[in-house]
Design a protein around this ligand. Sequence first.
Ligand SMILES: Cc1cc2nc3c(=O)[nH]c(=O)nc-3n(C[C@H](O)[C@H](O)[C@H](O)COP(=O)(O)OP(=O)(O)OC[C@H]3O[C@@H](n4cnc5c(N)ncnc54)[C@H](O)[C@@H]3O)c2cc1C
Ligand code: FES
Length: 277
Amino acid sequence: MWQGRVKISVNEEVAPGYFRMVLNAPQVAEDAEAGQFIHIRVNDEYDPLLRRPLSIHRIISRRLKVKSLKLPDIEVLYEVVGKGTKILAGKRPGEDLDILGPLGNGFKLGCVSGTVILIAGGMGVAPLLALAEEIRREEKVKDTYVIIGARTKALVLCEDAFRDLAAKEVQVATDDGSRGYKGLATDLLQELFSTLNLKLSTTVYACGPEGMLREVAALTVAKGVPCRMSLENRMGCGVGACLGCVVRVKSLQSGVESYKRVCKDGPVFEAGEIIWE
Ligand SMILES: Cc1cc2nc3c(=O)[nH]c(=O)nc-3n(C[C@H](O)[C@H](O)[C@H](O)COP(=O)(O)OP(=O)(O)OC[C@H]3O[C@@H](n4cnc5c(N)ncnc54)[C@H](O)[C@@H]3O)c2cc1C
Ligand code: FES
């Protein structure tokens, strides 16, 4: 884990209220894995006091003026929802930010093989695109399906980027039907399940609003399909010290209930271990 000030090289609005920011942070990018996050101090004032967590969305290469030298940078994708993200949206390229990271456990692909399904709701595309890049390097993964859910057409993010990452199929669901299927992303997951042979190796990765994650957990547990999901609970310290982000879990092995810290033990959990309050 590294902490320090890094320069912003890009901060642009990519959809109404949604921004993409590139940070020159090779110290973080070099160790980062999909599913990990950075904890950002949005200004040098005492308000807001707490850092804001954002998922690592992409690790991209920056070519230096020195011939053939490249450094990895970090890209984040964020929605303006309150004070902290509004301050971030006002930052200009050339300004710097205090960041901490990479934090959290990440998706940990392990020995994934066969079919992989990524299901993202809204801003859930942020960590799943980084994961799609990692999956592309996994030779044992045969087919990758992507399902993106959004409120409306203008808020469907990263559809082309997922296609470029050689997804077998990218499906979109919008609440108002302005793009793709009119309805929930989980309806598309249910439909996809009915067309696949789930006895063959299949793994689901999910990130999005709690309602969607609960439904994905219910569907995958019922079908016995392994599923890992990234939670986005509110956070304090981000490093496991304050217990401000805990989630109730039940061990898949022993059935014993306990609490886990989303920032340190997560943010990625097995769908079946989460106890939804
Ligand atoms: C591990 C992790 C990764 C995340 N990755 C991303 C990302 O890649 N892109 C992104 O846009 N957001 C992400 N989030 C959520 C993001 O951290 C919050 O939206 C942000 O901290 C809000 O700060 P704010 O000061 O703008 O809003 P606040 O002023 O603090 O709150 C404004 C409103 O947003 C709600 N809110 C605040 N935090 C959260 C949260 N964590 N989940 C749901 N609602 C919240 C509040 O209840 C309130 O209604 C992530 C959260 C976690 C824990
Ligand atoms: S945010 Fe402090 S323990 Fe997780």
